[in-house]
Design a protein around this ligand. Structure first.
Ligand code: 2HA
Ligand code: ZN
Length: 270
């Protein structure tokens, strides 16, 4: 067996959550990540017949039965992951139509996967339907996006258009825009459905006065999406209270669409 701590997804995830903490996006136990793993690759690192313990999920997700995920643990601090990945992370296999998760590695202190596990699993289902190559769901609390949800309209088209106007790259990086959820209580199964529903039409879902969900084919793509939206929100907050002399116009964005062969979300540009 190969050393699991050398597995690409674990190495990358440790680097990513460390970086997210450094960005200030994951105070205390804020944020959570799940990564869909390839079983045949995982089999080179773990005996997949050895289940350490079985953890009830409190929901059903038959679509994911048998699939393995690398996940962050509930109550764990991103800042600590690099010092003890096996305590702060877990690898689970979805079993019994999604009603349980079999722990295959990690969570060595007896812990449980992220409280947002239902939201993550439902979001994986939603994204895999759109893109069978989707692997990553990432949740965090970026400062500027969060602040923006206090002062900007939460209308999805208006929120998206403002972000697109703040940096040229935005419409290229997330042409489908960002979807927006109102404030709601976190960590419940019912709420788990809400981000997933919003994930059907966009890889970014802003959650008012809380943070953001991102989805992508790998960690770089997913982190990059959030990083780009967060930068746009930062620019917005720097200029929102000042008189604007110019911005990126819809005409400019149509030129970007042509030059880079991307299509902004239908109906979002004039
Ligand atoms: O994991 O971010 O939304 C802690 C949270 C809950
Ligand atoms: Zn959160």
């Amino acid at each position: 067996m190969k050393d699991i701590l050398q597995m690409n997804e674990i190495v990358e995830l440790v680097r990513m959550v460390t970086n997210m903490y450094a960005h200030g996006w994951d105070e205390r136990n804020g944020g959570n990540v799940s990564v869909l793993l390839d079983e045949s690759e995982l089999g080179q690192y773990l005996d997949l017949s050895k289940v350490i313990r079985t953890i009830p999920t409190g929901f059903e997700a038959p679509e994911l039965e048998g699939k393995c995920f690398l996940v962050t643990g509930t109550g764990k601090y991103f800042k600590n992951v690099q010092y003890d990945p096996a305590k702060n992370l877990g690898i689970v296999r979805v079993a019994d139509k999604g009603r349980t998760a079999e722990l295959l590695w990690g969570l060595t202190d007896g812990g449980k996967f992220t409280s947002e596990f239902p939201a993550h699993m439902m979001s994986h289902i939603a994204r895999l339907k759109e893109d069978p190559k989707n692997r990553v769901i990432l949740h965090c609390h970026p400062n500027n996006l969060l602040a923006m949800t206090f002062v900007h309209s939460l209308d999805e088209k208006e929120f998206t258009r403002t972000l697109w106007q703040m940096c040229t790259e935005c419409v290229l990086v997330f042409p489908e825009g960002v979807n927006v959820l109102p404030w709601m209580v976190c960590g419940t199964n019912e709420i788990g459905m809400a981000p997933a529903e919003k994930m059907k039409t966009a890889r970014l879902v802003v959650w008012a006065q809380h943070g953001i969900y991102g989805a992508g084919r790998d960690m770089d793509e997913t982190f990059g999406l959030i990083e780009t939206a967060e930068k746009a929100a930062e620019v917005y907050l720097k200029i929102a209270h000042l008189p604007w002399k110019q911005t990126i116009t819809d005409e400019d964005m149509h030129q970007i669409e042509k030059r880079f062969n991307v299509k902004a979300r239908e109906g979002y540009l004039n």
